[in-house]
Every structure is written in structure tokens, then in C-alpha cells.
Design a protein around this ligand. Sequence first.
Ligand code: UD1
Length: 419
Amino acid sequence: MQKLMIQGGKRLRGEIALQGCKNSALPIIAATLLCGEDCTLLNCPKLTDVYSAARILNCLGCRCSTSGNTVWVDSSEVTEDRIPEELMREMRSSIIFMGAMVGRLGQCTVSVPGGCELGPRPIDMHLAALRKMGVDIREGGGKIVCRTSGERAKGAKISLSFPSVGATENIILCAVTAEGETVINNAAREPEICDLCGFLRACGASISGDGESRIVINGRRDLHGCCYRIMPDRIAGATYLAMTAATRGEIILTDACVPEMEPFLTVLEQTGCSIYTRENRIYLRSGSRLRAVPDRIRTMPHPGFPTDAQAVLMAALAGAEGTSIFEENIFDCRYRHAEALRKMGADIQVLGKVAIVRGVPQLTGASAEATDLRGGAAMAAAALAAEGKSEITRISHIDRGYERFEETVRALGGDIRRE
Ligand code: UD1
């Protein structure tokens, strides 16, 4: 098993271009099923999850290939309506194929995604919404079998009890080729939803309201292929900024999505870093020890503070002056990195959904196991700021979300290698 060896204490400094966004690449790859023609996706991050999504398309009979950051899909033929369990298991977000397959084929069989590192992740809202759209869904033996009563799903008015990102995406994917109008109330407003809708519109879909709480989709059959550029990854951006801040460094992030990163930037700025943005560039300088964030950092659906950036900010604040308080409102089990940060000398107390982080003057290197994708990145951030050597194992978690992670950190002057 590979691990990362990090010698901490170097200030990160330099310029990097931000990678493409994992969380929009995955639903967009699934969405290529709907157009039945050739699609070219640019700026796709080179990540294990993207390759898993490509394998799913090939397994369904499409032709999908990847080269560098480009993914080509020819979905003119779809010969299978079932995703094998081992492929479903490789990537939890493969549940996103459900809406796209129902939209294309009127039927599909997928397996129930298990729990993940962040705790149980139910899909009850996904299933209830598709049922409302006239999809008959049977669950049993770990399988979910979906079939529309007619040839196509039917538009419906759906009100989500929580703005779930995955449920919103599945509904959109099912609705763009459905019969009639679908309205999603309390839809997720994440930028990745807008990216998915941008791709679908480029294929001829009729969607409005994405980025707001009410999305309206008019189903149509005549979608076509397109060439589309995936948006930058705001969470990878947050990670490299938090890492640089933790090491009191200086960074220019190019190819960034500035407005989409604002909920994170406004909080990071409160730690005393200087942050300037212009067009798609973000400059950050953090010359001295960070300050604690005075207000409680509450993770919320977009445009609130993103749950995916909670761990990396916590790593930076572990060495700040003063006490910061986090409140995790999206996932039940998202403080597993706290234990590893404590091994590095951090003073973090977790009380249910609240974490109290009392900044210590200096973290020290330690061995730790990556618990999940963003938690693993947080450990690397803490290790880079710490004094001495750290060893991070189970880095397959980190590889799920960061393209060429250690090369990027090395380009910023970090002392990191993979063994
Ligand atoms: C997506 C992102 C993930 C991010 C999360 C929240 C992808 C591939 N993943 O995950 O990185 O952390 O959004 O921004 O895009 N829930 C239910 N029932 C459902 C669906 C969700 O109870 O049917 C709950 C979940 O357990 C969780 C909360 O709703 O507690 C938010 O989940 P959701 O927004 O659906 O996140 P994902 O789409 O899984």
C-alpha cells in the first residue's frame, strides 16, 4: 500500500493551476448517456473516480476513452441496463447513473450503495423523487430495479426535504428526457449542479433556475452531443489555499472559480491571510501565525460554508492563535480526521456535531491513516505545517479527489514523496 512521506515546516510558495472539478465531472459523464451522440469533455481531472465512471459507460455498451484531461464518449449504442455490483462499489456516486439510465433506457438495475466513510448515506430522496416521476422501483437483495410505466418518465413537481446534491442531480438527469415539465423545489444550489445543467443545455436540454432553489426542466427527446469544459474544482482550490495558509506561505491559484469559492474565501480571510482575486486568479499570502475564526464555522448547503472544506480548514486552524468552533450540519460522521490531527499535537474536542479547535503554537509530525478523501488532505495540510516527519497511509482516499497531489504540493516547495 502506498503512503505519503512528508517533512513539514516548509512555507508553500508558488503558482498552480486548479484542476477540473471531480463532483461535476462524475454526473456529467453519466449525463453523456442521454444525448446518444459523441461528447467531448475537457478539463476532466485525472482521478480514480473518473476512470470508474468511464468503465461504467463502457460496461453499458458506450464507447468511452480518456486521454490526459479529455474524456470522449460515444453513447449512440447502449446495450446494457445493469451496472455490475463491483463497479457500483468502486464509487459511491455511481448512484448518479440511475437517473441517467432511466432517462435513456426507461429502466435500469443498480446495486444499493453502501455506507461510506462519512457515515450512512441514504438515497431515500432519490428514490421518492423518481417514483413521483412514474418510475416503478423495486428494492431487494441489495439491488434497485427501476422501470418507467410508459416509454418515458413523467414530469412531476418535487419538493425536497433537504437540498441534496445527489438527489437534485438524479432528478435533473431523469427529467431532461421525461414527458412534460418537472419542477424541483428546495433544489441544491451547488455550482456543480449549474455545471451539470450547463452541459445538458449544451446538449439541447431545456432547464432553468439552476443555482437557485427552484429548477424547472422541460423534457425533450432530441438531445445531441457537444464539447464541454468542466468547471474548476472549488474544493481542491480550498485545499491548496488552506495548506498554504497553514504553512504561512504564498500562492497564486490560476484557472480558479472565484465566485463559487467566495463562501470559503470569506472565512479563510478571517484568519488574517491577505487574499486578492482577479478574474480567475486567487492570490493568498499568510506571513504570520493564523488567527482563530471568531464566528462559528457552520457547514451548510451552498452558498454556505462547504462541508468538503471543513477538514482542511480545521487542519489550518489547529495551529492558529485562539479557539475556533466548527459545526458540521451536513454529515453525521465527518470529524474522523480530528483523531489524526490530535496525534500531531492538535487540541480538538468533538462534541456531536460541534468541534472545538484550540490552536496550538506548533504541530509535530506523526503517522496517520487517511480516513476519507478530505480528511486525508487535511492530514497532509497539517503534516506540511508540522515540525518533523509525518507518514500518511491509505492514500487511495486522497487519490480519489486530487490530481497529481504530491507533484502539486512539490511544485509549491513542499517536501513530500510517495512510497
Ligand atoms: C455531494 C458531494 C459531496 C458533498 C455533498 C454535500 C458528489 C459526488 N459528492 O454528496 O462531496 O460533501 O454533496 O455538499 O458530488 N441524504 C439523505 N437522503 C438522500 C440523500 C441525501 O438523507 O436521499 C443526506 C445525506 O446522508 C447527507 C445530506 O443529505 O447527510 C447531504 O447529502 P447530499 O447533498 O445528497 O450529498 P451527496 O450528493 O451524497
